[in-house]
Design a protein around this ligand. Structure first.
Ligand SMILES: [Zn+2]
Length: 251
């Protein structure tokens, strides 16, 4: 590979924003910023490189401008979101994928695409006072579905609907960046280990997950062999809540 590793950031909102800033400052990776949202005044407290002048601008464009001024890097910009029709082509162009989206459909869509394309990925989430980060290395660690199984039922909260304590986003973004750098140099030693931050105590806990024998994505019994759009539009699996409850009680 004659160019630096290419990191695709899916979502540059609350957690993708600090992750991109941290990665850009290293000067060791090429960044691709995938996001079609615009900066809102209510976002400014956690998109900390932005100010009033950025309100209304596409987040990816404003962030790329800031990175160019601050570190001289020139991130590529894709003003779109990950969709079943586009996700595989986007993921295949990357060396590492950082998924910091704010909804479950996109999280599972990106996780599935990364497994199908054999790309390492980092999945982050921040809700309320809690954050999680899970690095995944295809065929070498538990995958996102080994841990979270499937989209939750309709009453589950995500970061798009529940709000988030702003400092959690910076911490989760920094940990995501650290994992992305490790994966970019082929270090998969932490893959399959989920870190859970509780900002009320300031404590991180970690737990390594084994691959699930009947995982629909990464086991020999896999049933997910292509991106099927219907899989990301029907939240119909109460197992997710059970998985999260089990995860939190075991950490
Ligand atoms: Zn799996």
């Amino acid at each position: 590979m004659n160019r630096p590793p290419r990191v695709l950031l899916v979502g540059v909102g609350g957690i993708g924003h600090p992750c991109a800033l941290a990665l850009a400052r290293t000067g060791r990776v090429e960044l691709v910023l995938l996001d079609d949202d615009r900066v809102e005044r209510s976002n400014l407290h956690r998109l900390f490189s932005f100010d009033e002048a950025d309100v209304g601008r596409p987040k990816a464009v404003a962030l790329a401008d800031h990175i160019e001024r601050a570190s001289g890097g020139q991130p590529m910009i894709v003003l779109d979101r990950a969709t079943p029709g586009s996700v595989l082509a986007l993921v295949r162009e990357a060396d590492v994928v950082v998924e910091g989206s704010d909804n479950f459909a996109t999280k599972f869509l990106v996780a599935d695409a990364c497994a199908l394309a054999s790309k390492p990925s980092v999945h982050g989430a921040a809700v309320g006072w809690s954050g999680t980060v899970l690095p995944v290395s295809p065929s070498r660690s538990a995958c996102y579905r080994c841990v979270f199984e499937d989209l939750p039922s309709g009453d589950a909260v995500d970061c798009a609907t529940a709000g988030v304590f702003a400092p959690v986003t910076a911490l989760v973004g920094a940990v995501m960046a650290a994992h992305a750098l490790r994966l970019s140099i082929g270090d998969a030693s932490q893959s399959g280990t989920i870190a859970h931050l509780d900002a009320r105590t300031g404590m991180f806990r970690a737990r390594m997950f084994a691959r699930r024998k009947n995982c629909p994505l990464c086991s020999e019994a896999r049933v997910i062999t292509a991106i099927d759009a219907s899989r990301y539009t029907t939240p119909d699996c109460s197992l997710h809540n059970l998985a999260v409850t089990s995860l939190e009680s075991s950490l």
